[in-house]
Ligand binder design. Structure first.
Ligand SMILES: [Zn+2]
Length: 398
């Protein structure tokens, strides 16, 4: 009887191996610094403005009460800050008023001489924050020269008359409390100086322009800082999300690569088994050839029966090997799909990183611009301060 040799069906060819996923996330590109937000330094509170113009010290204010029957020099000590001649005449008026009424003349809220800085403060508070009464610009008020005083009891005829007796007159119809020392040359000189200071190139006008500019820029800084902080917080949230995403991606990639390594080991073992099997089949074919060459008879039949048993085992082994090959093929096909998924995920990560990088760059640019703005504001403050110093010198020489 004829026995065919074992067919060379062996295992099916395996699908091409997918490449293992590379972890490509380029950390080097994540160079964006998370910037600290620009510190808000908008000084809208009155306290802060007062402090910036006036320093920590409070205006000097002393009031004394004494015997009413005889003049007691209990004049309002605020008046001591006045121009010397104006002060002298104020005390004379105070004496006359005391002799007639038993009272001293009270200066309202220390408003005799007003420093340039106090004037600037009052002007700024009204102009920018709507607080207080309309006030002259620094250097434009006779208070700055010690030649004006604001009084309490302003509608009292006796007071107006006595003040008038000593060179102090009411000059502003809408400010009945405001008296000026018109009875001196200093008044005329101060008026001329004020007219000079009202010109377009004077320190006062320059100061006012600088302050105008400063407040405009402060408002701009405030609003831009707010926008910047919102963007920065979005940006940081975006990066947190990205970090979390990247972490999960890294875990997935590591798991996939470990699993893929096992799969490759399985493949190597399988190929080894196939090679061993091929070797056995080759030996079997040699064996069959020897049997075929034997003479007919019982011995040959016995050998053939043994060979048939062996061949049946080989066929079962082939089936098992083919089944393994199917499993490995399917695993590789799945790996191919998973690698593609991970690649896509990586592409998304990269796109997000590019987005974040662009946002970060624009935030860095905006941060720099805000710092420039802050620097400009600081310079304007210095400029305004220098101009106030200049004004202080100018009004002291009257
Ligand atoms: Zn006044």
């Amino acid at each position: 009887m004829k026995h065919p040799s074992i067919p060379k069906k062996n295992k099916k060819p395996l699908a091409s191996k997918p490449r293992p996923v590379q972890q490509k996330a380029s950390h080097a590109r994540r160079l964006i610094k998370k910037q600290k937000p620009v510190k808000k330094k908008i000084t809208q509170s009155r306290a802060k403005i007062t402090e910036s113009f006036y320093g920590a010290k409070k205006p000097f204010f002393v009031k004394e009460f004494g015997d009413k029957s005889e003049y007691n020099n209990g004049y309002d000590r605020t008046a001591q800050s006045l121009h010397s001649e104006a002060f002298e005449k104020f005390v004379e008026a105070d004496k006359e008023y005391f002799q007639r009424t038993g009272l001293n003349i009270d200066v309202n809220k220390s408003n005799a001489r007003r420093s340039i800085r106090r004037q600037a403060e009052l002007y700024t508070l009204k102009r920018w924050f709507g607080q207080g009464n309309p006030t002259d610009r620094p250097g434009h008020s006779l208070h700055n020269y010690g030649l004006a005083v604001d009084l309490i009891r302003t509608n009292e005829n006796t007071l107006v008359e006595i003040m008038g007796n000593h060179g102090w007159t009411r000059e502003k119809p809408h400010e009945p409390w405001h008296f000026e020392f018109t009875g001196s040359d200093a008044h005329g000189r101060a008026k001329n100086k004020i007219n000079d200071l009202k010109k377009s190139n004077s320190p006062t006008t320059k100061w006012w322009n600088a302050m105008d500019n400063k407040f405009k820029k402060e408002k701009e800084l405030e609003s831009r800082t707010e926008t910047y902080e919102l963007q920065l917080s979005d940006y940081n949230a975006g990066f947190d999300e990205y970090d979390e995403w990247e972490k999960l991606y890294t875990i997935d990639v590591n798991e996939f690569n470990a699993w893929y390594k096992e799969l490759e080991k399985d493949l190597v073992a399988h190929n080894q088994e196939v090679a061993n099997h091929d070797k056995l089949v080759k030996q079997g074919n040699t064996w069959l050839a020897q049997i075929e060459a034997m003479e007919e008879g019982d011995a040959k039949d016995r050998e053939l029966a043994e060979y048939d048993d062996w061949k049946a085992r080989m066929d079962r082994d082939f089936d098992i090997l083919n089944g393994n090959a199917d499993t490995i093929d399917a695993d590789f096909a799945w790996a191919e799909g998973r690698a593609l998924e991970l690649d896509n995920e990586f592409t998304q990560l990269e796109e997000r990183l590019v987005e974040l990088t662009e946002l970060g760059n624009s935030l860095n640019g905006e941060f720099d611009a805000l710092k420039v703005l802050e620097e400009e504001i600081k310079n304007l403050e210095h400029k305004a301060d220098a101009l106030l110093n200049e004004l202080e010198v100018l009004v002291q020489n009257i």
